[in-house]
Ligand binder design. Sequence first.
Ligand SMILES: NC(=O)c1ccc[n+]([C@@H]2O[C@H](COP(=O)([O-])OP(=O)(O)OC[C@H]3O[C@@H](n4cnc5c(N)ncnc54)[C@H](OP(=O)(O)O)[C@@H]3O)[C@@H](O)[C@H]2O)c1
Length: 444
Amino acid sequence: MAPRILVTGATGFIGSHLARRLLQEHPLGPDAELVLVVRDPTRLSPALREGARLLVGDLRQADRFREEIAETTWCFHIAAEADYRGGSATVENNVESTRMLLDLLAEAPGLERFVFTSSIGAIDRHPNDPCRRPLTEDDPAHPLTPYGRSKWACEERIRRSPLPWSILRPTWVYGPGMRKTSHIRTFIRMVARRHPVTKFAFPGRVSLIHVTDLVDALLLLAKREEAVGEVYFAADGHPRSLGEIFREIGRYLGIRAGTIPFPRPFIRMMRALRPHLPFAAQNLFSDLLSASNEKLVRLSFTPQVPFAEGLLGTIHWDAREAMPPQERKWSLVTGAGSGIGKAVAQRLYAAGDRLLLVDCNGEALDREARRLEARAFPLDLARPDALETLLQTIEREGIELHRLVNAAGIGIRGTVAELGFEEQQRVIAVNVTALLFLSRFALR
Ligand SMILES: NC(=O)c1ccc[n+]([C@@H]2O[C@H](COP(=O)([O-])OP(=O)(O)OC[C@H]3O[C@@H](n4cnc5c(N)ncnc54)[C@H](OP(=O)(O)O)[C@@H]3O)[C@@H](O)[C@H]2O)c1
């Protein structure tokens, strides 16, 4: 029988990224079947709808899929009500769906791995914990929310089960596809609206992980024998203060954020008051939600996505989500490989634009084009034939330019008498002729 990979929660943020990777990479070989338990298949991408076998229904009633689930080789249990503001319904859903899945998988003779996505919220901190060091897997659980308690209850059940389990506890997961109400996405909106709270340099640090790296970690746990019976925190290893996160978002949106500092005695007072603050405010001043990734790194996990990169991609995706496709603008930026052109291109990308980037430094241009999902035109603006080719491509592809940023320019110092004629002609060709040529084209 062909191996079978079962994924729950594939209509959600993390589950959809994982399911797409499984379809692309076939970690159990090309014959392996991907099986998704989903409540609403219309929320799946067409690729997943066509490429996977679907078991449609609520996990709590999954006993009707008993026979299909009994053929599972690997299971990734991602589904949950993941909102920390949830109440008893969240607890019931998360605990019951996990209990049902464990019961059904107990009847799967070929099950090689059960990977459970828990949460840092299953652990949180004891009220007396001064939050001076990142959490480790040995720290005791003290979940502060019903959601966290539900994840801890699931972990306990899984640990007692005879299955070959591994548990991953993600910290804050961010990336394209995040829920609207989720941490970083909420912060992007708050900074964009210049919410007064985002002006402050809150010192409380949180651990984060990009969804691509989280998927790497999930796959690693499934593949590695040493991970059976083990629990791991998933984080990129660089906890960041909320002030820093606001600042970084502001940098991409062109808005000042996260800059107003708090006096030290006030920070000390707020840290002492932490246990008495509402949950959402406890991490403003304390490193409540920071966790070490050392154990996962020992398993050979290497985070690949730097926060600045991952955040920019998330901001771009969030902007695109908010606008109908016909409103997405094409922008052409010259000199986009470095300096002002590069910074402007980043800002336009963050605003949701589609980009055409021009630079004569092909390597720098390619790097930026990959980061910003842009079309790259490595060309010398001093050459009229190169300009013609660029414009012909734009016309042939029916691209309607909305913005042109003429950031390319060269400067050669010297008097008219000192500089060679060709040098002077080149300065005029790049700084004046190309600018006029492209501007006339954009304005036509
Ligand atoms: N995002 C984070 O920052 C973060 C951090 C730590 C841990 N986690 C954990 O990671 C997992 C995924 O989180 P996420 O951010 O991807 O959440 P999400 O986008 O809200 O996705 C949750 C998924 O679970 C499904 N689901 C919930 N209850 C179900 C049930 N009874 N039967 C079938 N499907 C059910 C949802 O299906 P519908 O589409 O039908 O609603 C959805 O596909 C969760 O276990 C969460 O606790 C997330």
